[in-house]
Design a protein around this ligand. Structure first.
Ligand code: ASP
Length: 367
C-alpha cells in the first residue's frame, strides 16, 4: 500500500515538473514571436460591407423606422460576441447604401475585389453584408462571374442593429461559421440568413417583414446552420460561369410586369428608349395579353431579345406551352425569376452572346 502511494506521488511530481517546463518554454516562444498562438491558425475571412438594414439605425419617423447603411463593417464585427473565435476577420467598406440603391458599379467593385483577394491569397473566404431587398440579385451576379471554390457568402438582417432582438449579429455569426466550414467549398455564392443556407440561383426574398424571408422555392435550401453546427443537405453542384464583362455599363434590359388589361405601351416605349433586351414578369407561366404579344413581335423584329419569366414567384416557365416561343422568337427563363433573368441576359449580351438558342441554353446552365 505504502509502495503504491509512493509510486502515485512520484508520477504526480513528474507530471508537475513536465507542466512547468512546458509552460516556461511556451511563454518563451510567445515572447519571441509576439503572436497569440490560439488565433494564428484560424481561417481568414474578409468582410466586405455594402450597407443595408444589418447596418441600419433607428430613426424618429415612427416606432419601426430606420435608416439602412448607417453602421460600418468594423462596427458590425465588433457587435458579434464570440465571432473572433471562428476566424481572423478584417472588414472593408465597399459601399454603405440601402440595397434598393444597389447597382452594377458596386457589383463590379465586389467582383473585382473578390477575384483579387483569392488570387493574392488575402483570405480563405469572403462574407458580404448587404441589404435584403436586392441580396439575391447581387448573389446571382457574383455567382455567375466569380470562378472560385472559396466560399463567398452574403448575409444581412431584417431588423436594424438598434431593434429589440436584432437579427444581424446572429446572421453575421452564422455566415462566418459557414464561411470557415470545409464543406462550404465549391458551392458557388450563398446567402446565409435565419439559420438557413441558400444557393444564389434559387433563393428569393418572399416576405417584406418576416425574419424567415429568404426561400429557395423550387430546390429548397442547400443547408442549415446554428451556433454549433453547419449541415449541407447534398454535395456541391457544378455550374457554368460567364466572364466578367470588360465594359462596366451593362446593356439596358428592362423588366415589364404583366397584368390584366395589359396593352403594349410599355413594350413599345422600352424598345423606343433603346432597350437591348426585355424580361417579361408574365402572368401564370409567363403569359401576356394578345395585344402585348403583338408588341413583343414588334420588339423581336427590332432586334430586341425577349425573355419570358413569371410574376408568380414559384415554378418554371417552359418553352411552347401557352405561347409558341419558336414562332414568336422568344426565350424562356425556366426557374429564374424576372430580376435574375434580367442579370443573366445583361451578362450574356455584354459578352456578345446574341444567338437565341445559345441564350436559351445558358438559362438552363445550372443543372
Ligand atoms: N431596404 C433594406 C435594404 O435592402 C432592407 C434590408 O436590408 O433588409 O437595404
Amino acid at each position: 500500500m505504502a509502495q503504491l502511494y509512493r509510486r502515485r506521488c512520484s508520477s504526480w511530481v513528474y507530471a508537475l515538473v513536465g507542466a512547468i517546463i512546458f509552460a516556461v518554454s511556451s511563454s518563451f516562444a510567445l515572447a519571441q514571436t509576439g503572436k497569440a498562438p490560439m488565433h494564428s491558425s484560424l481561417p481568414r475571412v474578409l468582410v466586405l460591407a455594402t450597407g443595408g438594414t444589418i447596418s441600419g439605425k433607428a430613426s424618429e419617423r415612427s416606432a419601426i423606422s430606420y435608416d439602412a447603411g448607417a453602421v460600418t463593417g468594423e462596427d458590425l464585427i465588433a457587435g458579434v460576441p464570440g465571432i473572433e473565435k471562428l476566424a481572423r476577420l478584417k472588414a472593408e467598406q465597399i459601399s454603405n447604401i440601402p440595397s434598393q440603391n444597389m447597382n452594377s458599379k458596386v457589383w463590379f467593385r465586389l467582383a473585382e475585389r473578390i477575384n483579387q483577394v483569392f488570387a493574392h491569397d488575402e483570405a480563405d473566404a469572403v462574407v458580404i453584408t448587404h441589404g435584403t431587398d436586392t441580396m439575391e440579385e447581387t448573389a446571382f451576379f457574383l455567382d455567375k462571374v466569380i470562378k472560385t471554390s472559396h466560399p463567398v457568402i452574403l448575409t444581412g438582417a431584417m431588423r436594424p442593429s438598434t431593434a429589440i432582438s436584432a437579427d444581424g449579429p446572429a446572421n453575421m455569426y452564422e455566415a462566418v461559421k459557414v464561411a470557415v466550414d470545409p464543406a462550404a467549398q465549391g458551392r458557388g455564392v450563398m446567402i446565409v440568413l435565419n439559420d438557413t443556407i441558400h444557393a444564389a440561383r434559387w433563393v428569393t426574398k418572399t416576405s417584406t417583414t418576416s425574419l424567415e424571408t429568404f426561400k429557395s422555392q423550387i430546390a429548397g435550401p442547400i443547408g442549415a446552420v446554428d451556433a454549433a453546427s453547419v449541415r449541407f443537405f447534398g454535395p456541391p453542384v457544378s455550374f457554368n460561369h460567364i466572364a466578367l464583362p470588360t465594359e462596366q455599363n451593362l446593356p439596358q434590359v428592362r423588366i415589364i410586369y404583366a397584368h390584366a388589361d395589359m396593352d403594349a405601351q410599355q413594350i413599345d416605349e422600352a424598345v423606343k428608349a433603346g432597350a437591348a433586351g426585355l424580361v417579361i414578369a408574365g402572368m401564370g407561366d409567363g403569359n401576356v395579353s394578345q395585344e402585348a404579344l403583338s408588341g413583343l413581335d414588334r420588339a423581336v423584329k427590332a432586334g430586341v431579345i425577349i425573355v419570358r419569366s413569371a410574376r408568380v414567384g414559384e415554378g418554371f416557365v417552359n418553352r411552347n406551352v401557352e405561347v409558341n416561343d419558336d414562332e414568336h422568337g422568344l426565350v424562356v427563363s425556366y426557374d429564374l425569376n424576372p430580376q435574375k433573368a434580367r442579370i443573366l441576359l445583361q451578362l450574356l449580351l455584354a459578352n456578345h452572346v446574341r444567338d437565341k438558342s445559345k441564350i436559351q441554353q445558358d438559362f438552363l446552365a445550372r443543372y
